[in-house]
Ligand binder design. Structure first.
Ligand code: SF4
Length: 455
């Protein structure tokens, strides 16, 4: 593990330009860049990206920046801070760094975040880390995930002392059962309560789910800035998503049908359809109250310029939410975006209204706990009451222990809530034969009428 204390740190003036723009309500246009593989030549990479970076830095009309990812597709990538230091020589507080918890320890993450701060990178988004395409429970031995909520929790004092330190929280709103969506949102609220200052929604294609997230946060009186990730699709990217390359990202059959039709068009027609889709999503997100977008899949100066001109024109052309909805419906809305038979939405009138105050809740029973689950709970509770010192909790934040279960039942070792990769049928992404621990806990919480441990 790299020791960042040995770096020759370069302090930047006391400022956080991205945070200021978030507070001012500017619309942010951020472009995602993956940290390259460790065996790449850093000078070659930075010179290849140089026109792209120049284009991002010269955007007018929007606050722009980069979002640099860490270990997104491979653990064999460069140290994120080495790359960011070489790549972003100035205005570092325009950018944000995703810090992966994959194979990192509490100390190594704390050291890395301090070094990011000292190097002028003041916008940090801790993520627990992803599972790569071919990984299964069997070949995950020795791989650990340091949970994002744990990172934020350990930084509480730093956050209080440094108002310019801007920590974000990622959520995956593309979940379609009560168990999976509510456990995602509980974890998000927990991270906001711990000190996260903005939200980033993972990428997906269901605009209703983006609105659901906004309404949920408003309903809970959380008004933190919200960014949405958007992936620009290319034929190669579509193939990768279908093959499961990006865990937790999927296309519904209807969505896939439209994309298949588009891929049979000429190259220029295919790209015209993708840019139109991109424009409509950005405009919809803007009208839903998102503070900006994090765009992945673009890596050239030419693409950055097109993206910005498309965003500028659509935001000028569309005058209201209703106006946007009419155009969106004409283009996309007949597609069913949910992965049938899983199609739970917290609100039943999404897209019909713009504002949360008209939201109507969906009424649906939660899947019940089995008799065996209830008996096990009651027996464990009794045992704990009779022998209180026998089993100590692993951590006071460990949700599973609140329901007399062990967090070891989660193969990624999450103790604060579900990861973003839970399968739609509530099973575990690493062990599809078993229910996700957090879906199980949600059912127990619902039976006990006690959701407090989740937050
Ligand atoms: S048990 Fe749930 S939270 Fe844990 S790895 Fe599996 S899907 Fe993710």
């Amino acid at each position: 593990m790299k020791d960042h204390s040995q770096l020759n740190l370069k302090l930047e003036k006391d400022d956080n330009r991205l945070l200021k723009s978030m507070k001012d309500g500017n619309f942010l246009v951020i472009f995602e860049v993956d940290t390259p593989l460790a065996n790449c030549n850093i000078e070659t990479v930075t010179s290849r990206y140089s026109p792209f970076l120049k284009a991002v830095n010269s955007i007018e009309g929007f606050k722009s920046g980069l979002a640099i990812t860490d270990r997104k597709h491979s653990s064999e990538c460069m140290d994120i801070l080495d790359f960011a230091n070489e790549f972003c020589l100035e205005n570092r507080s325009d950018h944000l760094l995703f810090i992966s918890g994959r194979n990192k320890t509490k100390n190594s993450i704390a050291d890395l975040i301090k070094s990011c701060w000292a190097s002028g990178f003041h916008n940090i988004v801790p993520v627990s880390g992803t599972i790569y395409k071919d990984e299964t429970l069997k070949n995950m031995t020795g791989i650990s995930f340091y949970e994002s909520a744990e990172v934020i929790s350990s930084m509480r004092e730093d956050l209080q002392n440094n108002p310019l330190l801007n920590i974000g929280s990622v959520v995956n709103p593309f979940k379609y059962s009560q168990e999976t969506i509510h456990t995602q949102y509980y974890k998000l609220i927990k991270k906001l309560n711990l000190g996260a200052r903005f939200v980033i929604a993972q990428s997906g294609w269901d605009i209703l789910k983006y609105q659901e997230l906004r309404w949920y946060l408003e309903n809970r009186n959380y008004f933190d800035p919200c960014l949405a990730s958007i992936t620009m699709l290319s034929p190669e990217k579509i193939e990768k998503i279908i093959s499961g390359y990006y865990r937790g990202v999927f296309f519904s059959p209807d969505c896939l049908n439209s994309l298949n039709k588009e891929s049979r068009l000429s190259t220029s027609q295919f790209w015209a359809a993708q840019w139109r889709r991109f424009q409509l999503y950005v405009a919809g997100l803007r009208w839903m109250g998102y503070n900006g977008v994090v765009i992945s899949g673009l890596d050239s100066e030419y693409q950055v310029n097109i993206a910005v001109s498309r965003i500028t024109s659509i935001l000028k052309d569309i005058s209201s939410f209703d106006n946007w909805r009419e155009i969106y419906r004409g283009f996309l809305s007949r597609s069913e975006m949910a992965p049938y038979p899983f199609k739970y939405y917290i609100y039943k009138n999404l897209l019909e209204e713009n504002y949360f105050d008209k939201a109507e809740l969906t009424v649906k029973d939660v899947r019940k706990c089995s008799r065996k689950e209830r008996l096990t709970f009651n027996f464990s509770k009794l045992k704990k009451e009779l022998f209180p010192g026998q089993k100590r909790m692993l951590n006071s934040n460990d949700i599973a222990s609140s329901f007399y279960l062990s967090s070891k039942l989660c193969p990624k070792g999450m103790i604060h809530g579900s990861c973003g990769e839970t399968n739609h049928d509530n099973t575990c992404c690493l062990c599809p034969a078993k229910e996700c621990l957090y879906s199980r806990l949600f059912r127990l919480a619902s039976w006990r009428k006690n959701f407090e441990p989740f937050e």
